[in-house]
Design a protein around this ligand. Structure first.
Ligand SMILES: Cc1cc2nc3c(=O)[nH]c(=O)nc-3n(C[C@H](O)[C@H](O)[C@H](O)COP(=O)(O)O)c2cc1C
Length: 228
């Protein structure tokens, strides 16, 4: 046992939330009548050319994903945090449960106006992008996975929504010089949710051995990280 471990021992706790730090997005979707919705989401991860979104099944966004199967994942940097926060405690659903009302939730129909952002046409899907945000990832729903043992999305409280990415737009200023298809991690600073609070990324910590692999090595491969 080293010195630090002896001084700072582990304790068993039972956290009500397990939000240990993930990037924030605003998900843009449309309902079956074409009405757009925006919602903050931080349960998002990437594997190959896919995104997986964790979402409460009763949100307007989940209903739209099930009904129309298209999404834009708009990624903010620290600079766009105010737009994100303006959407907290709002829902596109007209009915708000008593439990949610008690927590401060209310219905907002025009989420673009509420967030003070501008819709921008997408290229491969119907939901609009957010003009003010530096990264837009367009995609189509490939599969909806009910969580918690439910056998259908209608029964589930939580869904993992698998999205096949169809197009990526990034601001010119984020591109890695000399490369057609790369983002410069020195310039891209995702907004992070750490438990219920917003943070940016700190400075780079040390050289990464994974980064010795050329990014193009991953293209067209199903292996997200080198196996064996
Ligand atoms: C910063 C932030 C992150 C959030 N992350 C998630 C999430 O990962 N999954 C989720 O289901 N809800 C998440 N929420 C809550 C939803 O945004 C909330 O349920 C909202 O009412 C959904 O809006 P909608 O009903 O219009 O789709 C988050 C909220 C905020 C402010």
């Amino acid at each position: 046992m080293d010195f630090l471990t002896a001084l700072d021992p582990h304790t068993t706790i039972s956290p009500a939330i397990l939000y240990f730090g993930t990037p924030v997005s605003l998900l843009s979707t449309v309902d079956e009548h074409g009405h757009p919705n925006l919602a903050p989401n931080s349960s998002l991860w990437w594997l190959g050319q896919n995104a997986v979104i964790g979402i409460g099944s009763r949100s307007q966004t989940a209903q739209n994903l099930l009904a129309t199967g298209e999404v834009v994942i708009n990624l903010p940097s620290e600079h766009e945090v105010d737009h994100v926060d303006r959407l907290a405690l709002t829902t596109g659903r007209p009915e708000v449960s008593a439990r949610r009302q008690a927590a401060g939730y209310r219905h907002v129909r025009d989420k673009f106006a509420q967030a003070r952002v501008t819709p921008l046409d997408s290229e491969t899907v119907a939901p609009p992008r957010i003009a003010e945000f530096p990264v837009h990832v367009e995609g189509v729903v490939a599969k909806v996975h009910p969580l918690g043992g439910a056998t259908s999305p209608a029964e589930a409280d939580l869904l993992a929504v698998e999205v096949a990415v169809t197009r990526v737009h990034v601001r010119e200023s984020l591109r890695l010089a000399g490369h057609a298809d790369r983002i410069d991690p020195e310039r891209w600073n995702p907004l992070m949710l750490n438990f219920q609070r917003f943070f940016g990324l700190g400075a780079e910590t040390r050289p990464s051995r994974l980064a010795t692999i050329d990014e193009e090595w991953y293209r067209g491969s199903s292996a997200p990280i080198p196996a064996g």
